[in-house]
Design a protein around this ligand. Structure first.
Ligand code: ADP
Ligand code: MG
Length: 682
């Protein structure tokens, strides 16, 4: 069998300079080479009618020679051969240089295919030195040609050649990676056929079967790995069994509102986890305003009543303080002690908190990254909640969790993503979803405007403020920037404060300000001492000011759908009708589509699905910070249906054979281990 770890320098035609170029493309071994998949394909199989040929395109045409080939000798060593070819729509003049033997090649009344670069001279179509072949014969012109991502100084032809050489070595010799029973069940190509056909497909059907097989492998191995990680985690760790007598209902009865059905369902799932002896590792997904905070509070209540401490980590000081307020309001008369730990608090106070925490005199500690510091030590931490978890890395989650001994973990996120994708991103977590907003919320009305309505919008803002409401105005920049054509907080602030909104109390907020200043401004906005807050996206996360009912977003074209939705979620939190006004510039189809989507729905799940579609999965997940594995060939959007099938199938496999120990799954175990070496060994 072939050694896929063999260095590419041993592939024919690969010298030291090629090695360097290939290394730039992350191609180091034979295995890398044959899994360097084409970016796209050039279809040389379907001819274009001559009348439709565009100037400058590489194109395949098909037609009959008209008359004989005409040869003109220009100089001693320059012979021009011209042939006119006609199809049903027009004719094309074809030219070759110095190829006298061509003359005898063309037979009248036989149809040929020509592939080459076309030019239009006036209305006449011309083609220079095309490759050609008789239509009837099996042909090299009429095939689908792979196009690879390149690097400087490496041509398509060169990389194609190298890959062809690589395939000569591996062809027929690759070890199968998927068990037969699965290949059969899903009618998948075997590995050798798939690899060959993905590079040089016979036709489109073979290409799509090859792709399906390779995507299948990629998705299945990842899904199996995630499930295996989860199993392993749960099998090896013994968690806390919280007290059955510490009932959720005791605190639910004290709430100022009735929980929604979705909240109750989620609580049931959490309750089960908390009472089980396995550590909870659960993701709570719910749109902005769906009421996640109270879920965290109820879980924390149970932890404390069971004799443990709980901690809530939030991404900003504003949010942490707000949580503390909520907790104190609701837990006020229960005797449960809550404290706030953020980096802004005085040193003495901080020391006091740390001391009390270690003695167990604080029950619930709410804070920011400050919680992660080494000297923050709990007496017996039983529950860890991270809010807006997309702001934290996996590592930070790890640090806070280690402050307890296998505590239950609840991570909350307001970035709704389709369930299928959640299973990938958070495959090692159980997932709960709040898919219902508290009742009597009026849907936010959203309007996208392209600049002409400034005066009307400003009047509208004034009218609402006069009625006692407050407004947010979000700008993409802090300060003006010559290179970026977008509004800044400072410029807008000066303008609005001195001109447009001079009768109102206008303030600004941005991330470059000190925490203390930011908190002071936010405090004033909450208490109604500010009418209009001009801000960057620092207010994006979780802030709750029910009296604010207008969100204006400047240069909305600069924000992605998910972010627009998050920002919009700052309003619509109280009993007033709320409005979101998106001021945008530009007319690209994507921008228009985004504006259309966000104006037409308030449903975060719909928006995230659309976001994924518009951006493609690569950008949707953006950086690696999510911890999502990178895919070589799968595309989470295009392959979503296949993915759904695979997720179900992976669960079947794992529930039948949790550690892939059965003989029939031997290949699967190898596949998972080889692809996810660093993360697990099963
Ligand atoms: P998010 O899920 O965005 O974190 P919050 O927890 O901040 O949402 O809740 C938003 C607002 O809705 C808060 O003011 C909260 O008190 C209120 N709330 C939560 N649950 C309910 C409910 N079942 N009925 C009415 N109001 C609720
Ligand atoms: Mg929240």
């Amino acid at each position: 069998m072939v050694d896929l770890n063999k260095d590419i320098q041993y592939v024919k035609g690969v010298g030291p300079s090629r090695v360097k170029l290939l290394n730039k493309l992350e191609i180091k071994t034979l295995g890398d080479l044959i899994t360097y998949f084409p970016r796209t394909y050039e279809d040389r199989s379907k001819p274009r009618v001559i009348a439709d040929v565009q100037d400058g395109e590489e194109v395949l045409i098909s037609g009959y020679p008209v008359g004989r080939m005409n040869e003109v000798r220009i100089r001693k060593n320059l012979l021009i051969c011209k042939l006119i070819v006609r199809d049903e729509t027009g004719s094309c003049l074809i030219t070759w240089y110095n190829q006298p033997y061509l003359k005898s090649q063309f037979k009248p009344n036989v149809r040929y295919k020509f592939y080459g670069k076309a030019t239009l001279r006036g209305t006449r179509v011309e083609m220079m030195s095309p490759v050609f072949e008789e239509e009837e014969k099996v042909n090299s012109t009429g095939r689908i040609v792979p196009i690879y991502p390149l690097t400087q100084n490496l041509s398509q032809n060169a990389i194609r050649k190298v890959i062809e050489e690589g395939l000569k070595i591996t062809d027929g010799n690759l070890d199968e990676t998927i068990p037969d029973y699965i290949l059969e069940k899903y009618s998948l190509y075997d590995i050798n056929t798939a690899i060959k056909q993905i590079h040089f497909p016979d036709d489109f059907e073979s290409f799509s079967k090859a792709r399906k097989r390779l995507v299948f492998e990629e998705l299945l191995s990842m899904q199996l790995a995630l499930l295996a990680i989860k199993n392993k985690y749960q099998e090896t760790k013994k968690g806390i069994q919280f007290d059955k007598d510490a009932k959720f209902s005791d605190i639910i009865d004290k709430l100022p509102f009735k929980l929604t059905g979705a909240q109750l369902r989620v609580l049931e799932e959490i309750d089960k986890d908390m009472e089980s002896d396995k550590p909870m590792n659960r993701l709570l997904q719910g749109d902005v305003g769906s009421g996640k905070t109270v879920i965290a509070l109820i879980a924390a209540y149970k932890a404390v009543k069971s004799g443990y401490q709980a901690t809530i980590m939030a991404p900003t000081a504003i949010l942490a303080s707000q949580h503390l307020e909520t907790f104190n309001e609701i837990l006020g008369d229960t005797g449960i002690k809550c404290e706030l730990l953020i980096s802004g608090i005085p040193k003495k106070k901080k020391e006091e908190i740390i001391e009390k925490l270690a003695k167990g005199e604080i029950d619930i500690l709410i804070g920011t990254h400050a919680l992660l510091e080494e000297n923050v030590v709990f007496k017996n931490l039983g529950l860890v909640v991270t809010d807006e978890q997309h702001r934290f890395g996996v590592r930070q989650r790890g640090i806070i969790t280690k402050k307890g001994s296998n505590p239950d973990v609840l991570v909350m996120t307001a970035t709704p993503i389709p369930r299928t994708l959640a299973l990938i991103l958070y495959g090692d977590l159980d997932i709960s979803i709040i898919d219902e907003l508290p009742p009597n919320r009026k849907p936010i009305e959203t309007y996208a405007v392209d600049g002409k309505m400034e005066a009307r919008i400003n009047n509208f803002i004034c009218k609402n403020i006069d009625e006692g409401r407050q407004a947010y105005i979000v700008c993409p920049l802090v300060e003006e920037n010559e290179d970026i054509d977008a509004k800044s907080v400072m410029e807008t602030f000066e303008n609005y404060k001195n001109n447009v909104f001079s009768k109102y109390r206008v303030e600004y907020l941005h991330g470059k300000m000190k925490t203390k200043e930011k908190d002071a401004i936010m405090e004033k906005f909450k208490s109604g001492e500010i009418d209009i807050l001009i801000s960057t996206t620092v207010i994006e996360v979780g802030v709750n000011v029910p009296n604010a009912n207008i969100m204006v977003i400047q240069n909305a074209e600069r924000f992605g759908l998910a972010q627009l939705h998050q920002l919009r979620g700052r309003v619509g939190r109280g009993k007033y009708q709320s409005y979101c006004i998106l001021k945008y510039k530009g007319s690209s189809p994507i921008i228009r589509e985004r504006m259309k989507v966000i104006s037409s729905t308030n449903d975060g799940f719909v928006i995230s699905e659309k976001d994924l579609e518009l951006r493609g999965s690569g950008e949707f997940f953006g950086t690696k910070q999510h911890g999502i594995p990178e895919f070589k060939i799968a595309n989470l959007f295009e392959d979503i249906d296949l993915l759904k099938g695979i997720q179900g199938f992976a669960m079947e496999i794992i529930s039948d054979d949790p550690l892939l120990k059965k003989d029939k799954n031997k290949l699967l175990r190898q596949m998972v281990n080889s692809k996810f070496k660093d993360r697990l060994e099963i």
